[in-house]
Design a binder for this molecule. Structure first.
Ligand code: BGC
Length: 244
């Protein structure tokens, strides 16, 4: 009898704990269950995924944080796929996202990003945990499992603080401005191993890091790569087709 009542007690304690976790989750995500969001953001093998491909047009804008009309013919890339790899997974499936326009010329890629972010934060000392965007470029589009000399990661925070993993970042320029909805970043990413020509296809991805003032990264959204490996592998990048 004593054993039976102890088992019953443990059972009730476990039930309360589960219910509490589920309630906390629903407070943050009112429309979907935790299981639904988790299965959506689960890292999937890239092979099974369709690779995003977008046409980008020739043009050389000024890097001033103002969206030049030259960007208009291109379709905006939507950076709104949330992935795992954050420190506070209570925020899974939601957080900052971006619309990104890209131009190119023989020497560089130009990126204009409009980020929607309700709370701006640079509390962490780690750059990737501050509100920031990351641009990933694979110049020869070889989609390699480790970075080569043509591959680069370029980060800009909402305060226009730059950081990068590429060894040669000469000519990396950026401008950032706070807006009503979050912030904008415009950047010039010089090509380091080639002169670009119309018809080329390059590997590209884009990431938005979001801290909602906890001092840790609360969400990561991406354009194509659903893994958090874009900083060390170009396998999951999407494609940009350079057009005149
Ligand atoms: C990743 C981090 C990683 C960092 C390295 C970011 O893109 O999201 O997890 O530690 O790059 O620079």
């Amino acid at each position: 009898m004593k054993i039976f009542s102890s088992i019953l007690l443990v059972f009730f304690i476990l039930c309360f704990a589960c219910q509490d976790a589920e309630q906390k989750w629903q407070k943050n995500n009112t429309t979907k269950s935790k299981a639904e969001v988790e299965s959506e953001v689960k890292e999937k093998p890239r092979k099974a995924e369709k690779v995003n491909e977008e046409t980008v047009y020739f043009g050389t804008p000024a890097i001033d944080g103002v969206k030049d009309a030259k960007y208009d013919p291109g379709k905006a890339l939507l950076v709104d796929k949330y992935i795992l790899g954050t420190d506070d997974e209570q925020n899974l499936g939601q957080g900052a996202s971006a619309k990104v326009w890209v131009l190119w010329d023989e020497n560089a890629l130009y990126v204009f990003a409009e980020v929607t972010d309700s709370t701006l934060s640079a509390r962490s000392d780690l750059e990737y945990m501050q509100d920031s965007i990351e641009i990933f470029v694979d110049e020869n589009n070889n989609k390699t499992p480790a970075y080569q000399e043509d591959d680069g990661q370029f980060r800009v925070s909402f305060k226009n603080k730059q950081s990068a993993s590429a060894t040669d970042v000469k000519g990396f320029k950026s401008s950032a401005k706070v807006t009503d909805k979050g912030y904008v970043v415009e950047a010039k990413i010089p090509f380091r191993t080639m002169k670009a020509k119309a018809g080329m296809v390059i590997g590209f991805d884009f990431q938005v890091n979001d801290d909602q003032k906890s001092g840790k990264r609360d969400s990561i959204s991406k354009w194509n790569d659903l893994s958090n490996d874009s900083w060390q592998s170009t396998k999951g990048f999407g494609n940009l087709v350079l057009k005149p």
